[in-house]
Design a protein around this ligand. Structure first.
Ligand code: DGJ
Length: 331
């Protein structure tokens, strides 16, 4: 690719890797390591619906894959870094899901740590134990074969884990942010974003957490820090369907998060430009260049042809953020 091409907001455009294959790295993120950007995500399947009407292309049989690039445009496939298993006894027995995988590096343990929203075979969402957990894996190389450490439910076993992200703060502490689902326990659709501080090795959670009350019924979180404020972009709860983005800001990760409304400019249909947030990354060597990664999920036709929509984030002097649509662009 010579530039990022998005087309019109209803269009689906494939991005190809350096072998000419369609890039398939859903809802992941980008980590810069060893002089290169590494883009990872869950490999989806080509099924819009299976025989009983379920959207099974989102249920993985491959795992988490990775691509590398020096310029964010030319992506070379690096392979599967966390694989589904064909062993029925394995927790990773396919079809299952590693949804929204995120990777951060721990300087103390010298390990890359991956957290995801894990859904066991046959990939059904649910709140019962085993159906919506946080999954954790580690590796001493960014693009190596990640070792599965197992699943966990932060805070307590009552809250199932849904969409999630990781955030590594300037002081090296790290946080797991997730949509905690306690629907069956208290009431139907009782879901809210929570932020939980991780242990020093990033492999488990501590008892320090906050329920982000203002982010009730929000998912797809992504966090960025700029000039004294943390900003978190989220979507509403409509599964793979687009909805209106909303962002929050706070001076402290475990503090109170203020509802700041929709960051999208001239998004006339209020659909986040027909996308859902994936992650935010900073361009190396450019202090103020942050890119909002989002995905135009193609669940009605083919999950293999989702579109990646990467847009620059603009920060206002009044500590606000905004995103405008670009049909194509480069740095
Ligand atoms: C809701 C998420 O936000 C989507 O990205 C996708 O993961 C669906 N869940 C899958 O059901």
């Amino acid at each position: 690719m010579e530039k990022w091409v998005h087309g019109e907001t209803h269009e689906f455009i494939d991005w190809l890797d350096t072998d000419g294959n369609v890039i398939n790295a859903s809802d992941g993120g980008i980590i810069y390591a060893e002089g290169k950007y590494h883009w990872y995500g869950q490999a989806l399947r080509d099924l819009p619906y299976d025989h009983d009407g379920r959207r099974n292309g989102g249920v993985g049989i491959t795992g988490v894959v990775m691509y590398e690039s020096e310029d964010l445009l030319h992506w070379r496939y690096e392979g599967v870094i966390l694989a589904c298993s064909d062993d029925p006894e394995s927790e990773l027995y396919a079809p299952m899901r590693f949804e929204r995988p995120k990777i951060i590096y721990n300087e103390k343990t010298k390990q890359y740590v991956l957290w995801c929203h894990y859904i066991r075979y046959p990939g059904e969402h649910g709140v019962a134990a085993g159906q919506g957990e946080a999954g954790v894996a580690v590796c001493d190389k960014v693009n190596g074969s990640y070792r599965w450490l197992g699943t966990t439910r932060p805070i307590d076993d009552l809250g199932a884990v849904r969409d999630c992200t990781l955030y590594k703060d300037q002081d090296g502490s790290a946080y797991f942010i997730y949509d905690r689902d306690i629907s069956t326990v208290l009431e139907e659709m009782n879901r809210c974003l929570y932020i939980v501080k991780l242990s020093e090795d990033y492999c488990s959670w501590t008892t320090e957490y906050r329920r982000i009350e203002s982010a009730y019924h929000r998912e797809a979180p992504a966090i960025v820090y700029k000039d004294g404020y943390y900003y978190m972009i989220t979507s509403g709860l409509t599964g793979w369907n687009y909805n209106q983005a909303k962002y929050f800001r706070s001076r402290e990760l475990l503090g109170e998060w203020e509802d700041m409304g929709d960051p999208c400019i001239e998004d006339t249909e209020h659909t986040t430009f027909c996308t859902q947030t994936t992650a935010i990354f900073r361009v190396e060597g450019r202090e103020d260049c942050f890119i909002h990664m989002a995905e135009r999920h193609n669940h009605q036709h083919s999950f293999l042809h989702c579109s990646y929509i990467w847009l620059p984030i603009h920060f206002g002097e009044d500590h606000t953020m905004s995103i405008s649509y670009l049909k194509e662009w480069t740095l």
